[in-house]
Design a protein. Structure first.
Length: 296
């Protein structure tokens, strides 16, 4: 994870840094290298690996086809000590659809497998779920400001991680009490966006949404149990992650992330997410199963 705790870092610099992080380098045909997070240490954020893998798949696909779904499995934790190499397999190129498989590698070992499907845009029958009726983001406080206000309740070893400047601004509709969690239904609503403009390339907007979709999601299944990794010896990790991209959007405008968890058991929790624009369009759906293991 990145450790940028400098309060003077501008939103524009944070956004540029995120775009640079997801700008995979082509090192050979269908072989790409993802940069490391500057200042990162420990385990790589899963959303970064998904987003870089999607970028590799997008850059191997032409002809106007647009990513509409991806399915990823995490196999090993990535390390911030090394760059990640992405190998793309071009499984199918048809008139309307294309399919890509991507293997993310570190030091010769696979850490993630991703399959992505692409479609030439076309019109068809349409319907969608209704956007939840929640307060708009303008009157809500950011998650970082809420954490800074409660800094004395955050154990010192977690403060740098929880208070660092991030390129994704999150404004929860109902903020969580990280220091004293209470049992509540497995449902969350959060507004999010990149903190500054990232240009007009739809591919980077899709990649950043993939990056951000791994935030706020796994914690949903812990809500009924009043636990989190700050107050309990809780081991968490994403096991798989799926995204369906329904429509166009801008990641530098507010999006609502509505998440719920219909099931948890056997040290695993299942989570779902729906992502809406401010005007109520459902632009993406997400599903993820994660490890939620309580240790003695």
């Amino acid at each position: 994870m990145d450790l940028n705790t400098n309060p003077d870092t501008s939103p524009e610099d944070l956004a540029r840094g995120l775009v640079a992080l997801l700008d995979v380098e082509e090192i050979d045909t269908d072989l790409y290298r993802g940069p490391r997070q500057p200042g990162g240490e420990g385990r790589v954020f899963g959303g970064q690996v998904i987003a870089q893998a999607l970028q590799a798949a997008q850059r191997s696909t032409d002809g106007g086809k647009v990513a509409h779904s991806l399915h990823a499995y995490f196999m090993r934790p990535g390390s911030e000590d090394h760059p990640i190499v992405y190998r793309v397999e071009r499984d199918f190129d048809g008139r309307s659809f294309a399919n890509r498989r991507v293997v993310a590698m570190q030091r010769g070992m696979p850490i993630l497998n991703l399959a992505a499907s692409f479609q030439t845009p076309e019109t068809g029958l349409a319907h969608q779920a209704t956007m939840p009726d929640v307060p708009a983001p303008d009157g809500l406080r950011s998650e970082r400001d809420l954490r800074a206000e409660a800094v004395d309740a955050i154990p010192p070893k977690f403060r740098r991680h929880m208070l660092r400047a991030r390129p994704i601004e999150i404004r929860p509709v109902t903020p969580r009490d990280w220091a004293s969690p209470v049992a509540q239904p497995p449902l969350q609503h959060s507004w999010f966006r990149v903190c500054a403009g990232v240009g007009d390339d739809p591919a980077i907007h899709r990649a950043i949404l993939a990056y951000a979709s791994d935030m706020q999601l796994l914690g949903t299944c812990t809500l009924p149990h009043a636990v989190n990794w700050m107050t309990h010896n809780l081991q968490t990790a994403s096991l798989d992650h799926a995204i369906w991209l329904h429509d166009n959007f801008r990641i530098d405008d507010w999006l609502l992330y509505a998440t719920d968890s219909p099931w948890a058991g056997h040290a695993r929790g299942f989570n779902r997410g729906s992502i809406f624009t401010r005007d109520g369009r459902l632009v993406a759906s997400v599903a993820q199963e994660g490890l939620i293991r309580l240790r003695d």
